[in-house]
Design a protein around this ligand. Structure first.
Ligand SMILES: Cc1cc2nc3c(=O)[nH]c(=O)nc-3n(C[C@H](O)[C@H](O)[C@H](O)COP(=O)(O)OP(=O)(O)OC[C@H]3O[C@@H](n4cnc5c(N)ncnc54)[C@H](O)[C@@H]3O)c2cc1C
Length: 307
């Protein structure tokens, strides 16, 4: 970061909210990735918006990070600035059947508080290890539910106008693992979720049931970014990969999970190069065997991760 830009950043946040040459392997659930030049950690929404305004006004590349649970970062790292919207922006307020939460709040935490308040609707998300912001951007979903079903509105920063806006859920153009947030490069600051009064025992029991299903089926004992590929319409990525004979297939320490072929796992010291090579080879092989071209669900950051 240029010195003149750093001076402007230091007018918004303090030196201890800046990390230099930060290994992104520490900020991704894949535990993979080289160093980002700079990571900025806003302490509240006001700081986040001021930083976002500053960066949307200059040529320096920037990227918004949540919990890094759907992210593959290049071994060469990221020549730019990461603005990390996580634990510092994680307030959650429950009011009757509505929850207002900051973008950095973890879905797991929101789901647990919703259950405590006898609010149903978040059960599907209780095992997704992302922040609210990342989940809205990705329209995260599982077991028949999606963020689209529960987002009443989101407060976003628009880098084009440099203003904050409240956008109704119905206008967020949610589709499978996509939303207006990703299409327009908006940044989620907070959101209101609309839930429904439910029976706390049934809510907890549904959450426990889904947790058990995840533990049984997913390789949660290894670092990963969840499902590596999107579900092609009418198929399951894991089944196509399995049918292509690729269950357990390895490149270096990256492996198609033996437990769930839809997950690429890091069995030890996988590099981003291992992961992307494996992804490329799986795509090619599955295409040759089935005629279906898998698209990654995992977001990529940095050089050399082209398909
Ligand atoms: C074990 C495991 C299981 C998983 N299971 C599921 C599942 O069942 N269903 C599912 O959908 N996903 C699943 N995932 C993937 C992941 O948890 C979700 O996509 C999650 O919503 C990503 O949130 P995040 O905060 O980690 O985002 P990150 O990984 O940090 O970022 C992902 C994308 O969102 C953007 N982003 C992050 N925060 C914001 C923000 N505040 N505003 C705008 N954009 C933002 C980033 O720029 C990036 O493009 C799983 C992952 C793992 C590791």
């Amino acid at each position: 970061m240029k010195e003149s830009l750093r001076t402007k950043v230091l007018a918004i946040i303090s030196e201890d909210q800046i990390l230099y040459n930060e290994p992104m392997s520490l900020h991704t659930t894949f535990r993979v990735g080289g160093m980002a030049d700079t990571v900025l950690i806003p302490g509240n929404e006001k700081e986040a918006v001021a930083l976002l305004r500053l960066f949307s006004d200059c040529k320096e590349p920037w990227f918004v990070l949540g919990n890094g649970s759907n992210l593959l970062v290049s071994d060469k790292g990221y020549r730019g600035t990461v603005i990390w919207i996580d634990h510092n922006l994680s307030e959650i307020t429950i009011d009757d059947d509505k929850i207002r939460a900051d973008a950095g709040a973890l879905l797991v935490k929101i789901a647990s508080l919703a259950a405590e308040a006898s609010q149903s609707g978040m059960e599907f998300a209780s095992g997704i290890p992302g922040t609210l912001g990342g989940a809205i951007a990705m329209n995260a979903g599982a077991y028949g539910g999606e963020m689209k079903d529960i987002v009443e509105s989101a407060r976003i920063f628009n880098p084009e106008t440099k203003q904050c806006e409240e956008i109704a859920g119905k206008d967020l153009c949610f589709s499978y693992r996509n939303s207006l947030i990703r299409q327009k490069g908006y940044v989620v600051l907070s959101a209101t979720l609309k839930l429904a009064k439910g029976d706390p025992v049934s809510i907890r029991s549904r959450m426990a049931e889904l947790k058990e299903a995840r533990t049984q089926k997913q390789p949660l004992e290894f670092p990963s970014a969840g499902s590596t590929f999107k579900r092609p319409e009418g198929y399951f990525a894991g089944k196509l990969i399995d049918d292509a004979g690729l269950r357990g297939y390895r490149v270096g320490d990256a492996q198609v999970s033996e437990k769930h072929a839809g997950f690429v796992i890091n069995t030890g010291r996988a590099t981003a190069e291992d992961v992307i090579t494996l992804i490329r080879n799986v795509r090619k092989e599955v295409y040759e065997k089935s005629g279906i071209l898998l698209e990654p669900e995992v977001c990529m950051l940095g050089e050399g991760l082209e398909l």
